[in-house]
Design a protein around this ligand. Sequence first.
Ligand code: GLU
Length: 444
Amino acid sequence: MTVKVRFAPSPTGFLHVGNIRAAVTNWLFARRAGGTFVLRIDDTDLARSTAEYERGIETDLTWLGLTWDERHKQSARFDRYRAAADRLKADGRLYPAYETQEELDRRRKVQLSRGLPPIYDRAALKLTEAERAALEAEGRKPHWRFRLDGRRVKWLDLIRGDNEVDTASLSDPVLIREDGAFLYTLPSVVDDIDMGVTHVIRGEDHVTNTGVQVELFQALGAAVPEFAHFSLLIGADGEALSKRLGSLSIQDLRAEGFEPMAVASHIAKLGAAEAIEAAPTMAALVEGFDIGRLGRAPARYDSADLARLNASLLHAMDYAAAQGRLQALDCDLGEPFWLAVRANLAKFDDVKVWAQVVRGPVAPLVDDPAFLAAAAAVLPATLDLEAWRGWTEAVKQATGAKGKLLFAPLRRALTGLDHGPDMGPLLPLIGRERTLSRLAGATA
Ligand code: GLU
C-alpha cells in the first residue's frame, strides 16, 4: 500500500502551533513512508474562507519546508459532495429535518431536565409526506441529517491504540445546512475516498468525528482508512493552549526570527517521549520520525524549548549554511567572524550586533583611562588568534589587575558591552587600529 495523507486546513485564520502540528505530523509520516502528502483547502465555508488566509497557509508550509505533492480545494468539488448526498438520500441515510435552532434547544432542555442524554430524537424521521409538505408550505427549508447506525465503531488508532466511539450516544449529525451549505463532515469523507487517503492523522478533538466518519465511509461503500489522533496541546504551565494559540501563529514566530527547523523540530517532537532536540534539516527530522512514539498524554508546548532549540541550531551552523544570510544582512565578515560569534546568538539577526562590534563604530565603556592606556602600551604588534592571551598576560604584569578586574574593563572598552563572545577570536577581527582608538576612549 502506498501511503497517502492529507493536511486539511480551513482558510479561516492563520496557522498556529496547534494546527500546524497536523501538517508536520502528516508530512513526516508521508515522507518517512515514501508516500504522498496532499494539501487540501477545506473552504466549504465560503463566507469565512479568504484568499489571504489560503496564501498565508501556503507561505507558512513553504517556510517550514512542508512541500505538498497534490493540492485540492473543496470549493471546486461541490458536484462530488452533491452526488454523495444524493446517494445517501436514496439509501435512506440522509434525511430532511425541519426543526429550528430554538425548537432543538427547547427539546434539549427538556431532555436534560429529565436526566436524558441530549440527543436528537429523530422526530423528523417519523414525519409523513403530508407533514413534510405542510412544513415546506410554511416556508421551512430542511437541513439534512445522517442517520447513524448507532453501534460501537472500533478502530486501531496508530497513536491511541484500541479506540471506540458508540454512535448510539450521538445525535445524527447535520451534513447539509438549510441554506444548502455542506458542513465539514461529508466533504471530508468524500475527499478522503476520492483522493485515496490511506491514513487520517489529526488531533484528538476529532475522535468523535471519526466514529461518525467511519460510518460515512461505509455508507458510501468505501474502504475505511487508518486513523491516528495525536494528543491535546498544553502550555508549559499545563493549561490548555487553545486560548493563547492566536499569539503563537507561525507568521509571528517567523517575524520573531525563529529558525524554521527549530519550529519544525519542536512541533515534530511534541507528545513524544524522547527529549526535544533540534534536527538540522527536514531530512534528519524524517529520519528520526516514528508515529508510534507519540503518546496519549497531553503534549507540552514550551516557548523556552523553542528558544533553546533555536540557539542550538545557530551554535552548530557552519559558515556555508550561514553565508548567504550573512550577506543578506550585510554582515558577512568571513568564516572566522561567524565561528567567533555564532555561540552568542539566540536569533540569527543578533549577528548584526557583533558585526557592528567588529566593524565599528563602537562607543567604548571606559572606567579607568589609565588602566586602558597601560593596556594599549603593551598591545602586540600583530593581532592573531593567540594575541589575546599574551596581551592580557602583559596587561596583568603591567597593572597587577587579574581575573574580572583584568578582563572586564578590556571587554567593555573594546566592545562597548558587558558580555559577548570569547575575546580571543574577536580581537584580531576588531584589529589593531580600532582597538587602540577604543582603548583611548574614542568611538571607532
Ligand atoms: N478542516 C478540518 C480542520 O481543520 C480538517 C480536519 C481533518 O483533518 O479531518 O479541523
